[in-house]
Design a protein. Sequence first.
Length: 281
Amino acid sequence: MHSLIYRDDAANITMNSYKIEAGTAQHIGNRPQQNDRVALFTSARAPGYVLAVLASGLNGSLASEQVLHTSKLLFDEFKPGDTASVPRVEQLLRDIVLETHTVIKMNGVATQTEPHATFTGLVITPGGQAVWAYVGDSRIYRFHKGEGRMRSSDADYIDQLMQTHKLPLEAARNHRHSKLLVNVLGNSRKEPFVTLGHHEPLVAGDAFLLASDGLWHFFTDAELGAALHKTTPRQGAEMLINKAGERAQGKGGNCSMAIIKLVKPPKEPANYTVQKMGRAI
């Protein structure tokens, strides 16, 4: 049995109205190897920005490794400008998806394999904005004080399949059964469809969860929100992975997540300096 791997590389960043507590966690489940990759990044050129990325690899971990590599490379080069801008961050996420997709396809040709990966990315800006993008069936959730406010879905992709490929609704819903239509990075038959979203203003009590299907498959939205609400990211991750293992009953897949919580910053103690007053003349 492989134990939980937890990291809090980008935790404890304090903004004006909230503090960011964040961490990542993984468990191999009942699979022979871990094909998921998840990470939190900061960037020297974009102070105050945080990027969370989760990728679930298909046919090995080559593609998911490439997702993290390209994400870090482009985030390190990202220049946000004088003010936080949602369109600028959306373009960053699109660029990560498209460049990673191209590299994965090239690697597949070189190795005569067909590696694929999902992509879920979330950027928190110092302007109190959250911007996300996803491709495939790894999910992103937004909660406020434990209540579910948003969950990624295939709705936009299904609409696109119906319009572009003239598919009936039922055929579009069953797109995962077709290699031609499946939405992943590295698909040599089809470009990835990127779904974007954003939310502002961010406040203390907001929380985000990026989760692979080896995790979210076993929980309702309400259960995930409750697990994150009154725990630290580390405690929440341990609780969810342990429960996912129980519910999988020996048949669980790779289980990975990134948790970002916005909490009230600690009150600074009053600091009074007493100085001796000079005598008035």
